[in-house]
Design a binder for this molecule. Structure first.
Ligand code: FES
Length: 321
C-alpha cells in the first residue's frame, strides 16, 4: 500500500548529542544522525517532527545554522499545559537519547524583500533566529522585536546581543506588552513582516498589519486557530484521483480519518492543521480551509489543503491521491 503525502519524507534516526538549558523552562537539543551522516538540507523557517513515543509526535522549528549539515538544533519550552511532548523532552530526554525525526518541512519561508521586521514572542524566537542570520548574510536590513514573560525566560539573548540596536528585547515584567504600534505603525512597501509566538500576539500583529500591503505578513502558529463553523454542515464526497475511489465524509469525521479507516495511508502528524504533513493536492472542487498554516493567498488558490482539518464547500472534492 503506497503511503501518500505532499513530501517525500523518511524517518531519520537521530541521537541527542547535547542537551542544554537555554532559559527558564527552555532546553536546547543538538541532534545528530548516525555516525555523523549528512542530514537533509533546510532553510530558515523549517520545522521537524520529533517522535517521543508511539503517539507522541511534536513539531519544532530548527534554530541552528542551515550550513551545519550534520547537526540540527531545536529549543523546547516546557508547556505548563503539556500534553506530554514537552514534559517528555524536559524530563526523559538526555545526552545519548535516540529519537526519530521526520522532515524538515517549511511553510514559513523567508521570502525576498528589501527589509524585514521580525516579531517573536517567547519560544517563537526559534524560527526567527535563523531568519535573522540569513538576512544578515543577504545584507538585507532587519529589525527584531522580541517579547517574553521575563528576561530569564527568553532564550538566545546572548546570541542576539551581538546585533545591537536592531534587536529590541522587551520582557513583559519590565516593559509591559509589545508596542506593536511603534514597531508596525508605518506600513512600508517591499518589507516583509514575520511573526511567531502565542495566539494573542499573532492576532494583535494581524490586526496591526491590516494597513500593510497584502502578503506582507507571514505568521507561524504553534497552536491551531479557533475553528470557524464549517461551510457545509452535512456530509460531502471525496474522490481519489489516482484510484477513482469515492468516500463519504460525515460531519463528525475528518477526510484524514475516513481515509485512514479505509486503509489509505496518508502521512499525518499534528492532526490539527498546524504542521503541513497531510498537505494534499486538490484536483477539483473548493476546499473549506480550516488549517492554521497556509497563507490567505495559498488558501484562495485552492491548490492544496490540509485534510486533517479542512473540509469542502461543495458536494464533491477530487484529491490527488
Ligand atoms: Fe498536521 Fe494535517 S497532520 S496539518
Amino acid at each position: 500500500m503506497p503511503v501518500h503525502g505532499a513530501h517525500d519524507e523518511v524517518d531519520l534516526k537521530l541521537t541527542v548529542s547535547r542537551k542544554v538549558v537555554l532559559a527558564d523552562g527552555v532546553i536546547g537539543l543538538h541532534l545528530r544522525g548516525q555516525e555523523g551522516e549528512v542530514l537533509p538540507g533546510w532553510a530558515p523557517g523549517a520545522h521537524i517532527d520529533l517522535q517521543f513515543g508511539d503517539d507522541l509526535v511534536r513539531q519544532y522549528s530548527l534554530c541552528g545554522d542551515p550550513r551545519d549539515e550534520t547537526t540540527w538544533h531545536v529549543a523546547i519550552l516546557r508547556e505548563p499545559a503539556s500534553r506530554g511532548g514537552s514534559a517528555h523532552a524536559h524530563e526523559r530526554v538526555t545526552d545519548g537519547t535516540q529519537l526519530t525525526a521526520r522532515g524538515p518541512r517549511n511553510h514559513f519561508d523567508l521570502v525576498p524583500a528589501s527589509s524585514y521586521r521580525f516579531i517573536a514572542g517567547g519560544i517563537g524566537i526559534t524560527p526567527i533566529l535563523p531568519m535573522i542570520r540569513e538576512a544578515e548574510r543577504r545584507g538585507v536590513p532587519w529589525e527584531l522585536l522580541y517579547g517574553g514573560r521575563s528576561r530569564t525566560s527568553m532564550a538566545f539573548l546572548d546570541d542576539l546581543a551581538a546585533f545591537g540596536e536592531r534587536v529590541r528585547i522587551r520582557p513583559q515584567d519590565e516593559t509591559g506588552l509589545l508596542d506593536l504600534v511603534a514597531f508596525l505603525g508605518d506600513p512600508q512597501p517591499d518589507t516583509a513582516v514575520y511573526c511567531c509566538g502565542p495566539e494573542p500576539l499573532l492576532q494583535a500583529v494581524e490586526k496591526q498589519c491590516e494597513q500593510w500591503p497584502p502578503g506582507a505578513l507571514h505568521l507561524e502558529r504553534f497552536a491551531p486557530k479557533d475553528l470557524a463553523e464549517p461551510v457545509l454542515h452535512g456530509a460531502f464526497e471525496v474522490e481519489l484521483n489516482q484510484s477513482g475511489q469515492i468516500f463519504t465524509i460525515p460531519p463528525e469525521r475528518s477526510i484524514l480519518e475516513v481515509l485512514h479507516e479505509a486503509g489509505i495511508e496518508v502521512l499525518a502528524s499534528c492532526k490539527e492543521g498546524t504542521c503541513g504533513t497531510c498537505e494534499t493536492d486538490v484536483v477539483e472542487g473548493e476546499p473549506d480551509h480550516r488549517d492554521s498554516l497556509l497563507t490567505p493567498e495559498e488558501q484562495a488558490s485552492n491548490e492544496t489543503m490540509m485534510i486533517c482539518v479542512s473540509r469542502s464547500k461543495c458536494a464533491r472534492l477530487v484529491l490527488d491521491l
